[in-house]
Design a protein around this ligand. Sequence first.
Ligand code: NDP
Ligand code: HSE
Length: 431
Amino acid sequence: MDSFKVGIVGCGTVGGGVVKLLLENGELIRERIGRPVEIAFVADPQRERALALGVPKEKVFPDGIEALKADCDAVVELIGGTGIAKRVVEEALKKGRHVVTANKALLADYGEELFRLAKENGVSLKFEASVGGGIPVIKALREGLAGNRIEAIYGIINGTANFILTQMSQRGISFEEALKEAQELGYAEADPTLDVDGYDAAHKIAILATLAYCRFVKTEQVFVRGIREITPLDIEIAREEFGYGVKLLAITKLVNGEIEVRVHPTMIPENHILASVNGVFNACFVEGDFVGETLFYGKGAGREPTASAVVSDIVDLALGNTYAVPECLFKGENLRVREPEEFTSSFYLRFTALDRPGVLAKIASILGKHNISIKMALQKSIEFDGGVPVVMTTHPAPKKAISLAIKEIDALDVIVKPTFVCMIEELEERA
Ligand code: NDP
Ligand code: HSE
C-alpha cells in the first residue's frame, strides 16, 4: 500500500518528538496499520534540529509556509500560538491537506472558523495532543463515549499548576518557591502566566466542552481563576480541618439544560481519586449517562507523550478515519453557557480579621443576610497577614450572593485583607 506522507511544521519540543517517534517506531506503525507513514518534509527556522534527528537534508526547509509547496497527505502544525501557526493551518486546509495540531490556543480561539474551513475543503483537522498531552481523551470523547450524554468533565489539565500545588501541599512551600522549582525543572513556560493564571487549562476545557456539548466554546466564555492567591495555610486548613485537597480544576458540566465551563482552584474530598493526581500528571474524570464515571490519566506534557498523541492522529488519517468533530457542531443549536454569577457551589472563605470580640458575629450576620448558610467555622490562633485567619465553609450558595456578602465583609473595619474565596466540589468520595 502507498505510504501516508506527512509534512511536519515546527521541530521544537513536540515536533522533534514526532520526528523521533516516526523514525524509531516507523516499522512498528507500518506493521500495525499495513502502510508506512513517511516524513515528506520538516520545516523549522533552525534546520539543524531536524538534521540532527536524521531527516535527510533535501526534506528540511527553513519556513513552514514555503514548505507547504511540497507534496504530502497531511500537515502537522507544531509551531504554537495564533500567528504564523494559524496561517500554516489555513493554507494547508485550503490546499486540501489534512491537518494535525497540538495547538490548544489556536483551537480555543479560532476552532469554529478552522473546522468550517476543513469541512469546506473536504479534509480533516485533528487535535488529540491539544488536551492532556499523551492521554487519548479527545478520541475517547469523540468516539469511545459517543453514545453518552456527557454530564460532567473534571480535568486536571495543566501539569505546571498541578506540580506547584502538589509541592505546596506536600512540603508546605510557598507558591513562589514552587513556581521557581517548576521553572528550574523545565515544566513551566518561560512566561508562566498561561499556566498559573489558568489560561492554558481554559483553552483545553474550551476544547473538551466543544466536543462534549456540540457547541463551539471559546476561551472568553470560560470563567478563569488561577492559583497565585492560594497559600500553604489554606492548603493545610483545607486538608487538616475539612478533609479537602486543593486542585486547579477545569470543569464543564450540564446544569438544567445549560452548561458551565470554568477553571479555578477547587477543594475536593481528599479521598476522591482526582485528589491523588500529583506532580505534572494530568487526569480527566468524565461522567456519561450510560457509561458512568471514567478516568483518563497520564503525562499531560513533554516531548514523548505529546508526540504519542500527535502520531495517533496521523495513524487515524492514514487508516482513513477523518472524523474530527461531531457534525452537530455545524448546526449552531447552542446550549447556553452560564455566567459565573449563576454558579451555585459550596465555598471555603478565609477572612483575615482583627482578633476582637464580635468579629465572628459580624461576619455571620452578613452571610445570614445574604441567605448563605455556614457549614463549619474556625479561627486559627496564629498571626497571619496582620490579622488572624477566620475560616468558614458554606452549604451550597449562589456565587452572586457570596460576591455581594464578601464585598460587604471586606469593607468592615475589622477585616485587614481581602477575603480568600475557593469553590468546593463535593465529588463523591471513593475510599
Ligand atoms: P517549541 O517552541 O518547542 O517549538 C516550536 C518550533 O516551531 C520551534 O522550533 C520554532 O523555531 C518553530 N517555528 C517557528 N516559526 C516557524 C515557522 N514559520 N515555520 C516552521 N517552524 C517554525 O514549542 P512546543 O513544541 O513546546 O509546542 C508546539 C505546540 O504543541 C504548541 O501549540 C503547544 O501549545 C503544543 N503542546 C506542547 C506541549 C509540550 O509539552 N511542549 C504539550 C501539548 C501541546 P524557533 O525556536 O526558531 O522559533
Ligand atoms: N504548559 C502546559 C502544562 C503544557 O503545564 O500542562 C502542556 O499543554
